[in-house]
Ligand binder design. Structure first.
Ligand code: F6R
Length: 613
């Protein structure tokens, strides 16, 4: 999510770092910072001015003292702690002798921060990352070298991290380490480099190496030494990269949308991280609404637009089933004009990846005027909605650049399902053992999302068979219905083909009249509770001459037998099925749009964030 660059030994380190950060700008960021090794120690500067932060930083760096031998830079996309100068990286230890940049989420940071504070450390930010600086400081104070101190720090933290540390006592050394979050080290002519991703290094690096989990690298102008968690030397894996900067920013994919679709396992894992305790409880750190108040909630309203509304629809099924709370769901632009009945025992949940969509923002403002509790599910820390809400659940999908929502949609689904189980726990509508079992299934989702992507490899061939079709219906039942709506929306948005999403059982009450030879009906036919009824609906459309594409569980030949083409996904708990079932539909829309030559990242007439009514 965040961008990291580190350079040692080249002629103009500050300029190279700023250039590297500019190349990471495409990832989206809210603040940025650098730490430079100058003659009299570390010189640190940070800026938190949204997309203008890099310009601010450039101005500050032009006034940095003396010559510089090495430095690290960071672009931050906030996950813990709002975007602000004090929360921007690099973070420092108590004495200001070392600086750290970090990407990832440290799950046990509260626990570590408490111990560090008790031991006399002064933590100044509200990030999870700052503990890294103090843990390294502590190990050095106990006599460790910088590299051993980083290794010791890695042993104390849980979660995902890519980190780079510099220390004033060794001005040409950078120590880099990773777990889960990627980090690349590289060599160049008499220079050493490190970065979170390839684009930042292109043109400079003569050889790039990907660090593996728990490996630590010492990067200096003379080269790169990599060791494992025990300190034993390892030969790092060399990366063969022949991309240009544009392709590299898209991770080798043709466009951001495809890249973001393939980032979905991480988006789901990031959103779950730290929220499912090993003992089977749900932990929601930014919830801020009192458990007692949540227990007393008599009614829930979900307000959202577009894909976020579809995620909300799935949540309605999950929340009503597990937490036994009545849930109404509203398109945000309609909500405040229909006179909804709200009071202090109402919980209004605004779902918005951007946290800025005006209709949803106005809906939650309206709810607050009526004394309702407001909870927001947002992908942007400190977005307008997050600031105005009583509580927040952040999806941690990382910035989404493609206009059509993909990874943020999956992240919203899992965040809302986590919330549903949290409410069920509070309200005692599920036994702890039931919740724990569901959390176990949830933990499997990132791997299953990856499996679903793997299983969709032939999507271009499948889509090619329907390339000349003009009319598409997407049908589903129960939670398959919101998936059908989302599949149709994706197709409309990027392929400009006419697509309708319908509850499968409703088709015969009207729209079935539109079916004719050549109409394509895409059905969500995974083995959820209403599968048999769904198959009866599929038979109805086949009888009218429609071509049928079905989303089915891996190996379910009985379902595939009724389809002209099958899109395979792994099976999971029925209420988690939307997380997987929507994936081939995103790819189906993508493949048809590309076949029509459309710009999938910037579809016509659409804006990523709609801040007008
Ligand atoms: C669909 C899409 C839009 C958004 C909608 C709400 O692919 O991206 O429908 O879902 O504009 O946006 P947020 O979630 O930012 O409120």
């Amino acid at each position: 999510m965040c961008g990291i660059i580190g350079i040692t030994g080249c002629l103009d380190v500050p300029e190279a770092i700023l250039e590297g950060l500019a190349r990471l700008e495409y990832r989206g960021y809210d603040s940025a910072g650098v730490a430079l090794q100058v003659e009299d120690g570390l010189w640190v500067s940070r800026a938190a001015n949204g997309s203008k932060s890099l310009a601010d930083l450039r101005r500050a760096v032009s006034g940095a003292p003396g010559s510089c031998r090495a430095g690290i830079g960071h672009t931050r996309w906030a996950t813990h702690g709002k975007p602000s100068e004090v929360n921007a990286h690099p973070h420092q230890d108590c004495k200001g002798t070392l600086a750290v940049v970090h990407n990832g989420i440290i799950e046990n940071h509260f626990e570590i921060a408490a111990k560090l504070s008790a031991a006399g450390h002064e933590l100044v930010s509200s990030t999870d990352s700052e503990v890294l600086a103090h843990l390294v400081e502590e190990a050095i104070a106990e006599g460790a070298s910088l590299v051993d101190a980083v290794r010791a720090c890695m042993k104390k933290v849980r979660g995902s991290l890519a980190m780079v540390v510099v220390h004033a006592s060794d001005p040409e050394l950078m120590v880099a380490a990773r777990r889960v979050s990627p980090l690349i080290v590289a060599t160049a002519d008499a220079a050493g480099l490190v970065a979170s991703d390839v684009p930042a290094l292109l043109g400079w690096a003569t050889a790039m190496y990907a660090l593996e989990d728990d490996e630590v690298a010492e990067v200096s102008p003379g080269g790169v030494l990599v060791s494992d968690a025990s300190g034993a030397r390892v030969e790092p894996a060399r990366l063969e990269v022949d991309w240009d900067v544009g392709a590299a920013q898209k991770g080798g994919f043709d466009d951001f949308m495809l890249k973001e679709i393939h980032e979905q396992p991480d988006a789901v894992a990031g959103t779950l991280m730290g929220r499912l305790s090993p003992s089977g409880e749900v932990l929601l750190d930014e919830m801020r609404i009192d458990d007692d108040e949540l227990r007393e909630v008599e009614k829930v309203f979900i307000v959202a637009c577009g894909s976020s509304y579809h995620a909300g629809l799935v949540a309605k099924y999950a929340m009503e089933h597990w937490a036994r709370t009545a849930v109404e769901i509203d398109i945000a632009s309609e909500f405040r004009y229909r006179d909804p009945i709200l009071d202090s025992r109402t919980l209004v949940i605004g779902v918005s990846q951007s946290g800025e969509t005006l209709d949803t923002l106005q809906a939650i403002r309206y709810a607050r005027r009526w004394n309702a509790k407001v909870l927001v599910v947002s992908n942007v820390v400190d977005s307008s909605m997050a600031r105005e809400a009583d509580g927040v659940i952040y999806t941690r999908a990382g910035p989404e650049i493609g206009v059509a929502a993909t990874k943020t949609f999956l992240a919203q689904l899992v965040a809302l399902e986590v919330l549903s189980l949290y409410l069920a726990g509070l309200r005692g509508t599920l036994y702890p053992a039931e919740i724990s079992g569901l959390l176990d299934s949830m933990r499997e989702l990132p791997a299953k999302v990856a499996q679903a992507l793997e299983g969709s490899k032939d999507i271009f061939d499948v889509a090619a068979r329907f390339a000349s079709a003009e009319e598409f219906f997407f049908i589903g039942r129960h939670v398959g219905y919101p998936v059908a709506l989302e599949g149709a929306l994706k197709l409309k948005e990027i392929s400009y083909l006419h697509a309708e999403g319908y509850p499968a059982g409703e088709l015969k009450h009207g729209p079935i009249a539109l079916l004719e030879e050549g109409t394509v009906v895409v059905g969500i036919a995974t083995r959820t509770r209403l599968w048999e009824k769904m198959m009866a609906n599929v038979a109805e459309v086949r009888a009218r001459g429609a071509m049928v594409v079905l989303v089915a569980n891996d190996g379910d030949e009985e379902t595939a037998a009724l389809a002209d083409a099958t899109l395979w996904v792994p099976s999971t708990h029925p209420l988690f099925a939307p997380v997987l079932d929507v994936i081939p539909l995103q790819l189906f829309a993508y493949a048809l749009a590309r076949a029509r030559g459309n710009d999938v990242d910037r579809p016509r007439n659409l804006a990523k964030t709609v801040t007008v009514e």
